[in-house]
Each structure stands twice: as structure tokens, then as C-alpha cells.
Design a protein around this ligand. Structure first.
Ligand SMILES: [Zn+2]
Length: 201
């Protein structure tokens, strides 16, 4: 089931004429009392109210009842009147607002935006981390050992050499020596070939 975000809920409330919705859906007769407040007798089934103790604010879409003390937003209001769940109330409101078919698309665009900002963080970091590819330290360590390991598979007879390389990486990593880590990254290919030649020659 879809998880509704605050952004989508805001979108519903923006698209919906909440006064018309409440009047038509629940036969509510509002009295305007200024400052975006509408009043009526409480619409909740368990509050038998004959005075207009219920207030609904059109600007904030919040309600409160002086009689029974209930308070909340439009979604809670629909929930309480109909005894339905939060997602069911959102679904109903999105249908009435005429944007129900956009729910998935909307959530998708939010996800894309989140991914985009993660990518931006990643790209910005490239200017600060000092490591090749702008990777953070742990990702870099992973990539570098992976790179070394590929050479190791190709040249299994250079075990002593690789052992020393790993120790160098370890030292440089522990003291945050980014220059040395970058040097290992750049030179590992040459060094391997050099040692292989010596080993075979
Ligand atoms: Zn009430």
C-alpha cells in the first residue's frame, strides 16, 4: 500500500474546496464567523450538539469543537465522521479533490527529487573529500581494495607484494593520508607490472 507523504496531503488540501466538500458530503450548514472560521453544530456521531460549538478554519484546514474537545485536520475530521482509517480518508479526499490518479506519480516525483538531492550531495562532496572520484573514505577504501584485489587475481604469485600494498592502504587510511591513498590508486597498475616483470625475469 502506498505511503502518503506530507507533501501529497498538502497537495490534496490545496486542490480541494474543503467548505463545499464538507457541506455536500455531510450536509453541514456552516455559519461564517470571520477570520476564515466556519461554525456549525458538531458533526461527530457521538456528540449530540445543538449549538454551533464546532469550528473549522478554512486557511489551516483545522477544526476544533468546544463541546466535545475534538481537534485535528480535515483528514482526521473525515476519519472521525466516517470511522475510517487515515489512508482511507486520504483516498476519499484525493478522489474528491480530483487528484487521486496522481498519487503514485506524485510520490514518484518526490522520490526522484530525493535521489537527485542525494546525487547532488555526492557531487558536492567530490570537491571536499580530496579522494579520487570524490568518494567518501569508506567507499573509497572499498573501491581501492576491490581494484587491488582484481590485480591480485591476475597475479597470484605476487602475494608478498600485495600484502605490503594492503598494509600501506591500511596505514594511509588510518592517518587520513589522502595523497598516499590517491597515489596507491594511480600507481597500483604500474607497480604490479614492475613486480611481475621482476618476478618472472
Ligand atoms: Zn463536538
Amino acid at each position: 500500500m502506498i505511503q502518503y507523504s506530507q507533501e501529497y496531503i498538502k497537495e490534496i488540501l490545496k486542490a480541494l474546496d474543503s467548505r463545499a466538500f464538507l457541506e455536500n458530503e455531510y450536509d453541514i450548514e456552516f455559519v461564517e464567523s470571520g477570520n476564515n472560521w466556519l461554525n456549525c453544530s458538531c458533526p461527530f456521531p457521538d456528540h449530540n450538539d445543538r449549538s454551533p460549538s464546532f469550528g473549522y478554519n478554512l486557511e489551516s484546514d483545522y477544526f476544533n469543537c468546544f463541546g466535545c474537545g475534538e481537534t485535528g485536520n480535515l483528514i482526521n475530521l473525515v476519519q472521525k465522521i466516517e470511522s475510517i482509517s487515515f489512508p482511507a480518508a486520504i483516498q476519499k479526499l484525493s478522489i474528491c479533490a480530483g487528484i487521486s490518479d496522481q498519487a503514485e506519480e506524485y510520490e514518484m516525483s518526490l522520490t526522484v527529487n530525493k535521489i537527485r538531492s542525494t546525487i547532488n550531495d555526492y557531487l558536492n562532496r567530490s570537491f571536499t573529500s580530496g579522494l579520487i572520484g570524490g568518494l567518501n573514505k569508506n567507499t573509497y577504501l572499498f573501491a581501492l581494495t576491490d581494484r587491488i584485489h582484481k590485480y591480485q587475481i591476475k597475479y597470484p604469485f605476487l602475494d608478498d607484494f600485495f600484502e605490503r600494498v594492503y598494509l600501506d592502504v591500511d596505514d594511509a587510511y588510518n592517518i587520513n593520508d589522502t595523497d598516499k591513498l590517491n597515489l596507491i590508486w594511480n600507481k597500483i597498475g604500474d607497480k604490479v607490472k614492475e613486480h611481475a616483470k621482476r618476478h618472472m625475469g
